[in-house]
Design a protein around this ligand. Structure first.
Ligand SMILES: CC(C)(COP(=O)(O)OP(=O)(O)OC[C@H]1O[C@@H](n2cnc3c(N)ncnc32)[C@H](O)[C@@H]1OP(=O)(O)O)[C@@H](O)C(=O)NCCC(=O)NCCS
Length: 408
């Protein structure tokens, strides 16, 4: 059976495919995008059009992933990869005033861009490169889809509020159409999916050109216990991850990583953590909005198409204060995902009016201490014998961050 492999870390592209009934494998290429662009610029003697730039980047990503595939390379669960793979690379840029704009470098850059973009129009280009590895072949085809985007005339306050959410920092062109940025896109001319980062009609055409009807990629069948039902509710995007309301589909992976003694060491549960415990836990948190105070709400952290951990938020004082806690499954640690998940949540909480956010960790939890300090949290107290871990009371640190410190 032919399987699509998405050579992109973008959670929005993965979501687009899933919403169209395609469940791809995901591999991230790690190509040096600046080097690819420099080479393409040199080849065109400095006249590289943004539509060609995204195609060159999409091609580089797909080719790099294909090059990394051995016939026996396992997927994330240790299973061998299917042989009939189609590898799809994608890349997006916004063309404005003849310039190609990727992700903004920082909040000031995002705000400056929006001041240029508001009330005006740009073109969002998404390059697609499809490599056919079936039967040992390496044929390839690609094209760019381009959609004109007419931006609303945002007020300065709207720009500041939007930039403060962090969303524009994570995406090419500094806006989304399927997230918080939706109200700021007045009109499109062209395919809406191109703006999200993967044109489904263009994908259909590329597949047809190699004799694969898109309908053959529709995922079929359901897991016997219904774990494939995708949760709805919150979807907060970072650049490499999405934080999503937990649903039944997260229970199995939650049980797996919570059963890891290393992950459980500084947590309140004792391993092993059974599937029944995981299902009961998911049921208590599913569909809740973490911005509504009063109880712990855990969001699944998804990256590279996998459920890699979770982040808990407990709001208090009518949302003016919150506690947060993060867990990442061992294979995904030390990759910056906890840092990105926590930063995404802090941005959301402060943008929603939080005054103070707190986190606690065991005094010997070095990874958590480094994480909290990396995102700018300040150690403000040592709490003696304040947490019960695996049969004994242990000391914790309390870390906090005020909205004024975050803004500074
Ligand atoms: C605490 C915990 C979430 C931290 O996870 P982590 O994987 O260490 O954190 P990150 O993903 O942000 O990784 C940071 C490390 O990755 C490295 N890294 C690699 N790529 C990175 C990137 N793109 N961005 C940031 N850091 C990156 C950093 O240099 C850093 O290394 P360092 O700690 O040696 O300085 C994790 O250890 C865990 O789940 N522990 C069990 C649960 C727990 O104790 N939770 C605490 C409750 S608050």
């Amino acid at each position: 059976m032919t399987t699509l492999l998405l050579a992109s870390a973008s959670p929005a592209r993965l979501s687009t495919l899933r919403s169209a009934g395609i469940e791809p494998l995901v591999r991230v290429s790690g190509v040096d995008e600046d080097a690819v662009l420099a080479e393409a610029e040199a080849a065109t003697e400095g006249r590289l059009h943004p539509a060609d730039a995204v195609l060159a980047l999409a091609r580089a990503k797909a080719d790099a992933v294909v090059a990394s595939l051995g016939s026996d390379a396992p997927d994330a669960h240790g299973n061998p990869l299917p042989e009939d793979l189609l590898v799809l690379g994608c890349d997006s840029l916004l063309e404005l005033d003849g310039r190609a704009l990727g992700k903004p470098s920082d909040a000031a850059d995002a705000a400056a861009r929006w001041r240029r973009m508001r009330g005006r129009s740009g073109v969002l280009h998404t390059g697609h490169w499809l490599v056919d590895t079936r039967d040992g072949a390496t044929g390839a085809t690609g094209a760019t889809a381009s959609t004109a985007v007419h931006f609303a005339d945002l007020t300065d306050d709207e720009i500041d509020a939007y930039v403060a959410t962090g969303e524009p920092l994570a995406v090419a062109g500094a806006f989304t159409i399927d997230g918080l940025g939706g109200p700021f896109v007045a009109r499109l001319e062209g395919d809406h999916h191109t703006v999200v980062g993967l044109s489904l009609p263009l994908l259909r055409d590329l597949l047809a050109s190699i004799g694969v009807p898109v309908t053959t990629l529709w995922a079929t069948g359901t897991a016997p216990d219904g774990d494939d039902e995708r949760s709805t509710g919150v979807q907060w995007y970072g650049s490499r991850l999405v934080l999503r309301s937990m649903g039944a589909e997260h229970a199995r992976s939650l049980a797996d990583y919570r059963s890891d003694p290393e992950v459980a060491r500084h947590q309140r549960w004792d391993p092993p953590y059974t599937l029944d415990q995981a299902r009961a836990f998911v049921a208590t948190t599913a569909g809740l909005d973490p911005l509504v105070p009063g109880r712990w709400v855990h969001l699944a952290i998804e990256a590279h198409g996998e459920h890699v951990g979770d982040i808990g938020v407990r709001g208090d004082d009518e949302g003016r204060q919150a506690r947060v806690e993060v867990t990442i499954a061992r294979p995904w640690q030390q990759a910056g995902l906890a840092t990105e998940a926590l930063t995404t949540v802090l941005r959301r909480l402060f943008a929603a009016g939080a005054h103070r956010v707190e986190a606690r960790c065991d005094t010997d939890d070095i990874a958590a201490i480094r994480l909290l300090e990396r995102v700018g949290m300040r150690r403000e107290a040592e709490l003696w014998s304040a947490a019960f871990r695996h049969g004994e009371w242990i000391d914790c640190y309390s870390y906090a961050l005020l909205a004024s410190e975050w803004r500074a």
